[in-house]
Design a protein around this ligand. Sequence first.
Ligand code: FE2
Length: 260
Amino acid sequence: MRILFIGDIVGKSGRDIVSSLLYSLKVEYNIDLVIANAENSAHGKGITYKIYNHLINDGVDYITMGNHTFSKKEIYTHIDEMDALIVPYNHEKRTCGKYYQFIDYNNMRICLTNILGTALMGESNCSMFDSMNTILKETSECNVDFYFVDLHAETTAEKRIFAEYYKDYAKIVVGTHTHVQTADERMINDVAFITDVGMCGTYDSVIGRDISESINAMISKEHSQYTIAEGEAILCAVVIEIDEKLKKPVSIERLQFRPY
Ligand code: FE2
C-alpha cells in the first residue's frame, strides 16, 4: 500500500496545484490512498464545505486539519456531511467532528488521527500526550494495526519526541503547520517520520502569506488582514509505503515540486 500525504494546502494557489498535479502523482507513484492537510485551504484559515468537496472530487480520500479548523463558521453546519474530515482531538473549539477514522485496507486497519502540538500553538485544550493517550484508550479494542498521526505542531523537537514516545503505536508520524518542508524524512526503526511535510501554496510568499503584508504586520505589530500571496505554487508531500504482510511502513519519500 502506498499513501500520498499532502502538506498544508494554503489558499487558491495551493488548491489549484493539488488539482492539477494529483492525478499524475497518483499514477506516477502508484498511490492507493491520498491524505491532505487542508486547514489553510480557505484563504489561509479553515475550510469550507465547497472546498472540501472540491478536494474530495480531485482525489483526496481523507482530510486532516489543524489550529484553523474552525475559523470558517460554516464548518459547524456541514461537519456531519464531511465524512472524510478529521479534526484535531485537542482543539479548544472542537465540539463536533471526528478526531480519528479507521482506514481498512486489505485486512489491515490503520487509525488516522490529528493532534495539535503543545508548544507555541495556543488553541489546544490538552497536551499532545493526553490527546494520544485518550485516542489509544478509546480504540484499544478496535483491532488497530497502527496509528497514522498528523501532528500539527510548531516546534521541531516536539514532533520527534512524540514519534519516539509513541513508537510502538504510531508507525507513521508526519508533521504539519510550519509550511516549511524539512529534509529529515526517515524510518526511525519501523516508524515513518518527517518533522514537517511543507505546504502547497504560493512559492514567493511568507509561508503562503503576502510578503509585503507580512513585513508590515511584523514591524507595526498591528493586527492586519491575512492576505494570501498570489502566484505560482509549490507542492510538498510525502509518499509512504506500507508492507501489508508486516502491517507497517517500510519507507518514506519526500516530494517537492517548485515552479522554478
Ligand atoms: Fe496550522
